[in-house]
Design a protein around this ligand. Structure first.
Ligand SMILES: Cc1cc2nc3c(=O)[nH]c(=O)nc-3n(C[C@H](O)[C@H](O)[C@H](O)COP(=O)(O)OP(=O)(O)OC[C@H]3O[C@@H](n4cnc5c(N)ncnc54)[C@H](O)[C@@H]3O)c2cc1C
Length: 506
């Protein structure tokens, strides 16, 4: 039987990054992916509607590790990202709107229309968020991450709320809410809740677009990242299997021996790196292994209940916003479109989700790649990707058909208050509610980051990439620096495995 140095469970972008780096280091690597396609939540689907390519889950990119791009020559393997500019568009019901991008003069004009004093405040906020994001970035590849190493003032800001961070600098409600949204993505917390300051800074940590904190999109959809990583991994000799669900990690005398697939195939390996959620890996695939009680407790108590959903719409024409009329392609159609009129609105959306199981007036972050990359849809058609909160995984009705229909309807009605042509422009729709994110991608509890990215679950408190089982590693978002399409968890695991194998061999 063929044996490997490392078997990797899961082909999320982190599993693929880990595989590519290990194969480049000369190790024999196999990736076993449960699904029929690669990439996990970093995927471009071409089989949902004929002629459309959809970033089914993740849709914009910033945190992808530039070192990884260079080290694996991902550009040669087809990866290319474009900066989003303008970056954000927040329409309002009263006909006003806010469009922000890289041009300082235009930003000043847009903000002045609300409050001239906020022009300087916005610049000061951007400087502060960029400073915090840069500090985080510098720690993302750390072998031994430590939150405590940040100075006391930085720790306080990161432990605080997103609202605290933005209110210090700007007064205009729609500007405050637009900026605070980065602190809410993926979390089941509101803007005034502690720890959302960290999430905000995390979303300013990326350098993939060549500027600290800038966001963009990937040619061909987010699957372009995974395809490039898979191509790099194969070029260094890694084998990648799809429809290869791992049933069990084989462990003898607390030492990993390999994995057994659902189809009965046994794969021998000196090490196993799991890209699956820590709970899936340690309580499921490694069930029965010896584990200290503190680790068992940590897995059980790990906060991994999501409240984010994805609604992908095929549109027959571009949204016609009352605030910037016209279905002809305009600059705002290329930006992230926010429904976020004020911090109070966002906090209420969270409270409603917590108490009622859904926000009748939700936070929406929408993006369309088709205005800039028309090939992703048939001629004249568009894809509107809607990321919506707060719709908790653990609703009492367990996401019944009625609940799904009502929630979809309320999201579309909310958007229609800003762009009334949207309902009639919809030609097809795909809802990925939190339980769907769990069943399709293995995101336990539907949490998009493999667990909340809040203080208490970050840095030294995230899962260690080395487990107490000899030869078993974690290489997914449950480890530092957590979720988003970054590749850092995969990179850190690969480096640890190479170091450990060299130590064992020498
Ligand atoms: C709706 C949504 C929107 C998002 N938007 C963005 C965004 O715009 N930008 C951004 O940066 N991030 C975004 N994120 C977060 C980001 O996508 C994730 O943090 C990231 O993709 C996780 O990558 P990963 O490699 O750690 O794990 P995953 O992508 O979760 O991959 C894990 C893989 O393991 C496989 N697996 C699980 N169990 C087994 C088993 N037993 N056998 C074999 N394989 C197994 C799964 O099938 C999966 O392929 C979003 C996530 C979601 C869900």
């Amino acid at each position: 039987m063929k044996s490997f140095d490392v078997a990797i469970i899961g082909s999320g972008h982190n599993g693929l990054a880990c595989a590519a780096l290990l194969a480049k280091a000369g190790l024999r690597v196999v990736v076993c992916e449960r699904s029929d396609r690669l990439g996990g939540a970093t995927v471009s689907d071409t089989d949902v509607w004929p002629g459309y390519t959809i970033s089914a889950a993740s849709y914009v990119c910033s945190l992808l590790d530039p070192w990884l791009v260079k080290e694996l020559d991902l550009t040669k393997h087809g990866y290319h990202a474009y900066r989003k500019d303008p970056a954000s568009f927040t329409p309002m019901r009263d006909g006003r709107s806010l469009l922000l991008g890289s041009d300082h003069a235009t930003n000043a004009q847009e903000i002045s229309a609300f409050d001239p004093a906020d022009v300087a405040g916005f610049a000061a906020f951007e400087a502060e968020a960029t400073r915090l994001g840069s500090l985080l970035f510098e720690t993302f590849a750390d072998e031994d991450p430590s939150f405590e190493r940040f100075d006391a003032q930085t720790q306080a800001l990161l432990r605080g709320s997103a609202a605290d961070l933005v209110e210090k600098f700007v007064k205009t409600p729609v500007l405050q809410a637009t900026l605070a949204t980065d602190g809410l993505i993926g979390t089941n917390r509101g803007p005034r809740d502690a720890g959302t300051g960290y999430i905000l800074a995390h979303h300013y940590a990326g350098r993939a677009l060549g500027a600290q904190g800038a966001w963009g999109f990937v040619r061909g959809g987010m699957g372009g990242v995974s395809a490039a990583l898979a191509s790099a991994a194969r070029s260094f000799g890694a084998e990648i299997l799809t429809d290869a669900s791992v049933a069990r990690i084989v462990i003898r005398e607390n030492r990993v021996q390999g994995v057994i697939l659902e189809n009965g195939r046994e794969i021998d390996a000196r090490c196993v790196a799991s890209n699956a959620h820590p709970r899936t890996t340690l309580l499921g695939l490694a069930a029965g292994a010896e584990m200290p009680s503190w680790l068992r407790d940590k897995i059980v108590l790990w906060r991994t209940t999501g409240a984010s959903l994805k609604l992908n719409l095929a549109l027959g024409e571009l949204p016609n916003f009352t605030a910037r009329p016209g279905s002809n392609m305009q600059a705002h159609h290329r930006a992230t479109i926010h429904v976020a009129p004020s911090l109070d609105y966002l906090q209420k959306a969270f409270e409603d989700g917590r108490t009622e199981g859904a926000s009748p007036e939700p936070m929406l972050e929408c993006f369309m790649q088709t205005p800039t990359e028309p090939d992703l849809a048939p001629p004249g058609k568009h894809i509107l990707s809607i990321f919506a909160q707060y719709f908790p995984y653990d609703r009492d009705d367990r996401w019944s058909t009625d609940a799904r229909e009502n929630i979809t309807k309320s999201i579309i009605e909310t958007l229609a208050q800003y762009a009334p042509n949207i309902p009639s422009a919809i030609e097809a729709q795909q809802l990925l509610a939190p339980p769907d994110l769990e069943s399709r991608f293995g995101l336990v509890g539907g949490n998009i980051f493999h667990g909340e990215l809040l203080p208490g679950q970050i840095y030294e408190n995230r899962f260690n990439l080395r487990t107490p089982i000899d030869g078993l590693y974690l290489c997914g978002s449950g480890t530092h620096p957590g979720g988003c399409v970054s590749g850092f968890p995969g990179r850190r695991a690969a480096q640890a495995i190479v170091n450990d194998l060299v130590t064992v061999t020498s």
